[in-house]
Design a protein around this ligand. Structure first.
Ligand SMILES: [Zn+2]
Ligand SMILES: [Zn+2]
Length: 237
């Protein structure tokens, strides 16, 4: 089933088994996150001298990961490739051609995939020993998941003309991706501000020319042209 608006491409409706898996992923990730947070407080992981360093580093890593995943999906591979193309790459192509379509995706559709990807991190965090390096790695994994779990929700809020008041406050104060920061991504050739969790890494990555440098390297080594699939998709609409 495909939802489209006035000649523009739309997202595939998530139904049946896929939707069931997304609901299960959200419930599992939510339960694991609660268990991990309770465990971190019970074991006093935040009381160690290294805790602030671990929390800040893991939070930044989550934003960087959101940028790397977004850049990879926007820049490389084809939306017609088997298995991954239709399910994971096409939404990125549709999103650039028809960004308003994203607002039609409900909470489960918006957040289920990211929840699924975080389940291994949260499971490992619960299994690690609380002493020494184990405690630091557990705190890092929980912080990473805490920041990355709402990535796509934060992204959707950045597209809302009038997000909820608390969300708007967080956006204006730089706690999460702002509407303005993300709007600058939505101009062809769509190469600015890939990070969509908190957006904290965007300025630094732009300053060091990070993604263009990665693209030049990949083109030189593998001979691939960035955004070739995106251009051919956009020309069809
Ligand atoms: Zn994009
Ligand atoms: Zn967007």
């Amino acid at each position: 089933m495909k939802e489209a608006t006035a000649g523009l491409p739309g997202h595939d409706a998530v139904v049946g088994l896929t939707r069931g898996i997304e609901v299960a992923s959200l419930v599992t990730a939510g339960a694991l996150l609660l268990a991990n947070v309770a465990h971190a407080f019970a074991e006093g992981l935040l009381l160690h001298w290294w805790a602030p360093l671990v929390v800040v580093t893991a939070g930044l890593a989550a934003d960087l990961m959101s940028g790397l995943v977004h850049w990879t999906a926007d820049t490389w591979f084809s939306e017609t490739m088997p298995v991954l193309g239709r399910r994971f790459l096409r939404p990125f192509r549709v999103h650039h051609v028809n960004p308003d379509d994203f607002l039609k995706r409900d909470f489960i559709d918006c957040n289920g995939d990211v929840a699924m990807l975080n389940i291994p991190f949260l499971t490992i965090a619960l299994m690690l020993p609380d002493v020494g390096v184990g405690g630091a790695v557990a705190l890092a994994l929980v912080t990473f998941s805490l920041v990355s779990l709402p990535t796509n929700q934060v992204h959707q809020w950045a597209h809302m003309p009038s997000p909820p008041a608390i969300v708007s406050w967080l956006q204006r104060h730089g706690a999460i991706l702002s509407i303005e920061a993300h709007a600058s991504h939505h101009h062809a050739p769509y190469v600015a501000n890939y990070c969509i969790a908190t957006g904290w890494c965007n300025r630094w990555l732009t300053a060091i020319d990070f993604f263009p440098a990665c693209e030049r390297l990949i083109t030189r080594v593998a001979g691939l042209q960035p955004r070739s699939d995106e251009q051919s998709f956009a020309e069809r609409w």
